[in-house]
Design a protein around this ligand. Structure first.
Ligand code: 4AD
Length: 453
């Protein structure tokens, strides 16, 4: 079998080449006297490869079957293109239609389709420029995350998907039961899909030192918003011996690393979004790369928001002791600072049991990172490493201490200061592509009331 070249490789050839095989899906076809021009895309890059078909090689009747959406395999010679749009084109020697696409029925015709329409045909939208670019950026960003941690001596760990604990204590859990069986009969206790791999990541960092987990996470939040999904991907590093400041430094470094390398390595895709979706995108990404993130305490954030409320008239009034709402997060990062903002030292009563109590006994060493356009993208903290304080938290929050004996063991035997965070991967993709709805960053999104595909 001949080697199949991907279009990205072909377009980067130094010199022409004979007898090259390419495969892909047809984007457009134009017929002229004696020749047809067919643009194909194989997903390897944004650009198409132009195939020039001599009607002497393939009769016009056959060529007419090459319609938008059809899949083909072509063998030909890569030669310099006289056209301005591309450096190379293929002069086809042989072409095979692998799968036809009825032009009267194929939903993706050459016009702009709305995001809402494309969501309904999520199995096909990957074949548009926009979604192809989003998924390539998603793939790159995932790879960069691994590269970032691997270069810094982190171990990649796999934390359980089925758990018995509600790490965040918010109660937004999907329960797991065996089909057709009584509730809880399989595990003999209630089982849930994980909301976070943090607790078991903490155990592994107390031996491996620096770890990260990167996997799917599930939340049964009934919030039908553009930034919540019932199934999303989270990156969760956990570092022994790190305090809150080191935790924030690492999160900032990670975001800068991913953004700057996506800008470099997926420049064509980013350019597409900057030209056609959001003119300010590249500038915004560059600011994130170049400028230090703003760091403010929660109390200062509330002070700024209260002051701004006179003009902004927020729906939710900012109050010390209340969580920040999306409108507050966006005001801080988009309007007030126009930069990523790290808010830290939150009131203890609005945060989970595992966060380290500060000396003021009112706040915990928590941090959230807010990005312009997206809002909260990271949530993390220094963890409570003191056995007695942790026991008190568990009791005060009415949790069952029996469930956490293993977690308390970590504080009994060689406890150390440690910290970690969770980065919402899909939200980072929203930011990178200037996509305003999380449903468009996940190939097959799961949200309340929607479970298609
Ligand atoms: O702030 P969260 O809830 O933090 C945790 O779960 C910690 N246990 C993480 C840790 O410290 N290891 O979630 C972390 C991030 C949020 O900042 C947000 O970006 C994302 O996960 N996130 C969601 N993304 C999409 N849809 C949802 N329903 C999300 N809920 C949280």
């Amino acid at each position: 079998m001949d080697q199949i070249y991907v279009i990205k490789e072909v377009l980067n050839f130094y010199e022409g080449k004979q007898g090259v095989v390419v495969c892909g899906w047809v984007r457009t076809r134009r017929d002229s006297k004696g020749f047809s021009f067919v643009e194909i895309n194989d997903g390897s890059c944004l650009k198409n490869l132009q195939l020039v078909i001599d009607h002497g090689t393939l009769p016009l009747d056959e060529v007419k079957r090459i319609t938008t959406g059809a899949s083909i395999r072509a063998i030909g010679d890569i030669v310099p293109s006289p056209g301005k749009k591309q450096k190379w084109e293929m002069h086809v020697r042989k072409l095979e239609i692998l799968g036809e696409a009825d032009p009267n029925k194929y939903p993706l015709q050459k016009k702009r389709h709305s995001d809402e329409f494309l969501r309904k045909i999520a199995h096909l939208r990957v074949r548009t420029n926009k979604y192809g670019a989003i998924y390539r950026i998603r793939s790159r960003a995932a790879f960069l995350i691994h590269r970032f941690f691997q270069q810094r001596h982190f171990s990649y760990i796999h934390t359980p998907i089925i758990t018995s604990s509600d790490c965040e204590g918010a109660g937004d859990l999907f329960q797991v039961i065996k089909r057709g069986e009584e509730l809880d009969s399989f595990f003999k206790r209630p089982a849930f899909l994980t909301v976070s791999g943090q607790l078991t990541a903490e155990a592994l960092c107390m031996g491996l030192g620096k770890v990260y987990t990167f996997g799917p996470t599930f939340r049964a939040e009934d919030s039908n918003t553009p930034r919540h999904a019932a199934e999303f991907w989270m990156v969760e590093p956990e570092m022994a011996f790190y305090d809150l400041e080191q935790d924030i430094d690492l999160a900032e470094e990670l975001i800068k690393y991913v953004v700057s390398n996506v800008v470099k390595e997926n420049s064509e895709d980013i350019e597409l979004f900057t030209r056609f979706v959001d003119k300010g995108l590249l500038e915004r990404l560059n600011r994130v790369i170049e400028e230090p993130f703003v760091r403010i305490e929660y109390s200062e954030a509330i002070f700024i928001l209260k002051h701004a409320d006179k003009k902004e008239n927020f729906i939710f009034k900012p109050e010390w002791g209340e969580d920040l709402q999306t409108e507050h997060e966006r005001y801080l990062s988009e309007k007030h600072f126009n930069l990523p903002v790290v808010v830290y030292n939150y009131p203890k009563d609005i945060k989970p049991f595992y966060m380290r109590l500060n000396d003021d006994e009112k706040t915990v060493a928590a941090m959230d990172i807010l990005l312009p356009q997206v809002g909260e993208v990271v949530g993390g903290s220094q963890r409570e490493e003191r056995y007695d304080v942790l026991v008190r938290n568990i009791e005060q929050m009415g949790m069952d201490i029996e469930d956490y004996l293993w977690y308390l063991d970590l504080r009994k035997y060689g406890s150390v200061p440690h910290s970690g965070f969770g980065l919402g991967f899909d939200r980072l993709i929203m930011f990178l592509c200037s996509v305003h709805n999380i449903r468009d960053t996940i190939p097959f999104p799961r949200t309340p009331g929607t479970l298609n595909f």
